[in-house]
Each structure stands twice: as structure tokens, then as C-alpha cells.
Design a binder for this molecule. Structure first.
Ligand code: GTR
Length: 423
């Protein structure tokens, strides 16, 4: 056999080359186990101050935040992290198919909404989404909107996952969707496959090829990645809600889990029409501080998901300290509107502590508006919700959007945008 003829030194040489190749081809890909989960190994870092401008001036009041610092931070997140969002369509038309499905027990109406932009060759469908509205309501209702909140293809859509662990709060209804409708909220969900598939080969299909037909390959320096396009899509759903008389578009919460949690934060940062923002286990590129390098890192997320962020974000692979921003400033961009950040105990990959610290470090911006954010520097015990305008909890269990999480979000929403808060 051929291998018998090979000498030991040849084998060693081949082995060495193979390991060098593996390391250089994917320096930061590794498995999740190879990343840091040890608090004592978190590097020393200094967070950029949300209340100091790039040219070093202190921001001391809400007006300066609004007119100078907020636009400056938004521009940095656009150019260095998520990319510039696609154009805002000037005119949209909608096609709505309404049904009263059995599975809603008469509680709600399902609307399948298609969104079109007029064009030289006739209206072009940009995206579609599914909306459930409580049937009995006499006044316009508040709403939740998110990417992939539940499987709209199924006859029996069920937002969130069933709670796997008992954290002391049983679901007060048969299904989560019933509970949401009973509490007076509409809920809408978008599917990325309809306008920007979550895939590095095909993410340009849909919105990106429509607006930038000449472009190909991964996102360019400041070009939008998939997260920016999904966030843009959430704004289009809100455009629709603004003209649906059953919805109060001034009381719409944007919500998402994991990659959709990153999307919800970015959508809420860019589009101030969202009245409330909810990030569930959003991790790296979401609520977690990049500089902590705990669990998933910037290099790893860019390598594994090259279609999510703009190319400029790659400059910070293994150089998080050079980022001109960190993710606490993403949370701060939502001020003074309410924001809720949630973590799960067994979700080290998303860095629960880094998510909490980002929420806490956004507090000074809320204070500019005389609003209390979290009101604490200490991560609360498991399964306890804290905060006024910045909410937070860490739930026992794994990376998931559970009924428990939803019940906390409904309580927080009730306080800020709920049916009782209508003018
Ligand atoms: C992981 C990714 C995370 C998170 C998660 C998800 O593979 O590393 O950033 O977004 O996917 O979306 O479920």
C-alpha cells in the first residue's frame, strides 16, 4: 500500500501542514467550547462613554444627546457594525387577506399582509408578514412585531417556546397566543425567507437584489448585512400598522430572540417610531458587550455569519478594544423609550453578564431624560424582573424565548404601552 512507503518524517510534515492550514483558514471559527466562559479571564477593558462625543465633549442634556450624540452614535453603528439600511420607500401599498381561524377560538383575526412598492413595471412585492389582532377590541390596540416570532406556516402558530422549567409562573391560558390576545395586544411576525434569507449564499435574494441589483457577494464596507435588512423589514410592518385602524402604531413593541434580538435592538435604535424594544438572549452583536470576549466573539460571529454585518465590522475581529462603540450604546440609542434586555442562565454563549452590564451602562442616558433605567448595578437573582425604563431578567434554563420571558415582557409592556395606557 502507498502509505507503507511513506516515512515517519513525511507523516509528521503532512500533519504539521494540515494543522497550519486548519488554523489559518479559520482562525476564529472553533467550536463553542473553545471560547472563554471564565469570568476571571475576561480582559480588562474600558467602555466608550455614551455621554462624551467623538471629539471629547461632554453631553450634559437631552437636547445635546438628541441633536449631536445620538446621530453620531447611530452613524458609527451603521458604518462600523450593521451597515447602512436600504432606502425608506416613499410610497407603499398593502394587500390584506383576513381570516378568522379556528385555532384562535374566536379571540382574534389573522391578517396576511403583503407590502408593495410602486415601480415602473408595476407594484413590486417587498415582503409579507402575518398579524393577529384581538377580535373584541373597540379601540386601536398596542402590538408586538418581530422576525420569526412563530411559525406562520403552521395551522397552530404558537409564539415562543413552551417553558421547559418551572420558574413559578404557569401560563394563565391554554396557549401563549391566546394570552397575548386576551391581554389586548396584536402580534405580527416576519419570515426572513420572504425578503432576506438567513444564508450567506442567498441573503441578497429579495430586498437587496431589488435595491442594489449590481451588487453581489458578502456585504461591502458599509453595506447592509442581513440584520440591517431584517430591521428595515420591521419598519415596513410598522408602516402598515400606521394605516391599520385596529392598531395603535404609537404603541408598537419590537421584539426578538437571539439573532432576531440583535435585529430588534437595531430596529428600535434606528426607527424611533417603535415605542418599546425587547431583546431576548441577543448576545454578541446584540446586547452583550463585545469587549468582554465572553462566549461568542466578534471574530467568530463575522466568520460564521459573514452576511449578518457590514464588512467594516471585520476590522474589529480580535480587536474589540478598537471599536468606537460598544453594545451598551446600542441600548442607549433606544432612550428615552423603554427597553427590556433578558438573558438565560445556561446561555453562556450570549454572555448573560455582558448583556446585563450593557443594560446598566445605558442608564446615564436615561437619566438625561429624568428616567430611571435599571436602577441597580447588580445583576438580579434568577427569575426576578427589575427596572423601570430599562427592564432586565435572567431566567433559569437555556437559550430560548419561553412563556416565562413573554409573561415578563407583557407585564413590562402593560406598564408602558399597554391597553390601560391608551390616551
Ligand atoms: C448562534 C449565533 C448567535 C445567535 C444564535 C441564534 O449560532 O452564534 O449569535 O444569534 O445563533 O440566533 O440562535
Amino acid at each position: 500500500m502507498y502509505c507503507k512507503k511513506m516515512t515517519l518524517s513525511k507523516w509528521l510534515w503532512l500533519g504539521l501542514m494540515a494543522s497550519l492550514f486548519a488554523n489559518s483558514a479559520s482562525p476564529s471559527i472553533g467550536t463553542a467550547d473553545e471560547f472563554n466562559y471564565d469570568e476571571t479571564k475576561v480582559p480588562d477593558y474600558e467602555l466608550p462613554d455614551p455621554l462624551v462625543t467623538v471629539d471629547g465633549r461632554a453631553v450634559k442634556d437631552a437636547d445635546t444627546w438628541r441633536s449631536r450624540r445620538r446621530p453620531e452614535l447611530l452613524d458609527l453603528f451603521e458604518s462600523q457594525v450593521y451597515g447602512r439600511r436600504p432606502p425608506e420607500p416613499k410610497e407603499l401599498t398593502f394587500d390584506v387577506a383576513e381570516s378568522r381561524p379556528e385555532y384562535l377560538h374566536g379571540k382574534g383575526v389573522r391578517k396576511d399582509v403583503k407590502v408593495f412598492e410602486p415601480g415602473p413595471d408595476g407594484p413590486k412585492q417587498l415582503l409579507k408578514f402575518t398579524l393577529f389582532v384581538p377580535r373584541e377590541s373597540e379601540r386601536p390596540v398596542p402590538a408586538f412585531v418581530g422576525v420569526h416570532l412563530f411559525d406562520t406556516a403552521s395551522d397552530n402558530p404558537l409564539p415562543g417556546n413552551l417553558l421547559q422549567e418551572d420558574v413559578g409562573e404557569p401560563l394563565p391560558g391554554e396557549k401563549l397566543l391566546d394570552v397575548i390576545l386576551d391581554r389586548g395586544y396584536a402580534i405580527a411576525t416576519l419570515n426572513p425567507d420572504d425578503f432576506c434569507p438567513d444564508d450567506k449564499q442567498t441573503f441578497r435574494q429579495g430586498v437587496l437584489e431589488h435595491y442594489y441589483p449590481e451588487r453581489s457577494g458578502p456585504p461591502g464596507a458599509e453595506e447592509p448585512g442581513a440584520i440591517a435588512v431584517w430591521a428595515w423589514g420591521l419598519s415596513r410592518a410598522l408602516d402598515y400598522m400606521q394605516q391599520d385602524p385596529q392598531i395603535d402604531a404609537n404603541r408598537v413593541a419590537v421584539i426578538g430572540h437571539s439573532r432576531r434580538g440583535k435585529t430588534a435592538l437595531w430596529a428600535g435604535a434606528e426607527d424611533q417610531r417603535f415605542a418599546l424594544v425587547i431583546s431576548n438572549d441577543s448576545g454578541c452583536g446584540g446586547a452583550a458587550l463585545s469587549r468582554r470576549r465572553f462566549g461568542e466573539t466578534v471574530a467568530r460571529i463575522n466568520n460564521v455569519f459573514p452576511h449578518w454585518f457590514c464588512d467594516n465590522f471585520n476590522q474589529y475581529n480580535d480587536r474589540e478594544g478598537e471599536l468606537p462603540i460598544d453594545q451598551h450604546e446600542l441600548v442607549a440609542l433606544i432612550a428615552p423609550r423603554p427597553v427590556y434586555v433578558a438573558s438565560a442562565q445556561e446561555d453562556g454563549w450570549a454572555d448573560p453578564k455582558g448583556e446585563f452590564l450593557a443594560a446598566a451602562a445605558a442608564e446615564p442616558v436615561y437619566r438625561l431624560f429624568d428616567r430611571q433605567g435599571l436602577g441597580t448595578d447588580e445583576q438580579p437573582p434568577l427569575n426576578k424582573s427589575v427596572g423601570e425604563y430599562i427592564g432586565y431578567h435572567i431566567r433559569s434554563g437555556k437559550h430560548a424565548l419561553t412563556d416565562y420571558d413573554w409573561l415578563k415582557y407583557l407585564d413590562f409592556a402593560d406598564k408602558h404601552i399597554g391597553p390601560a395606557q391608551a390616551n
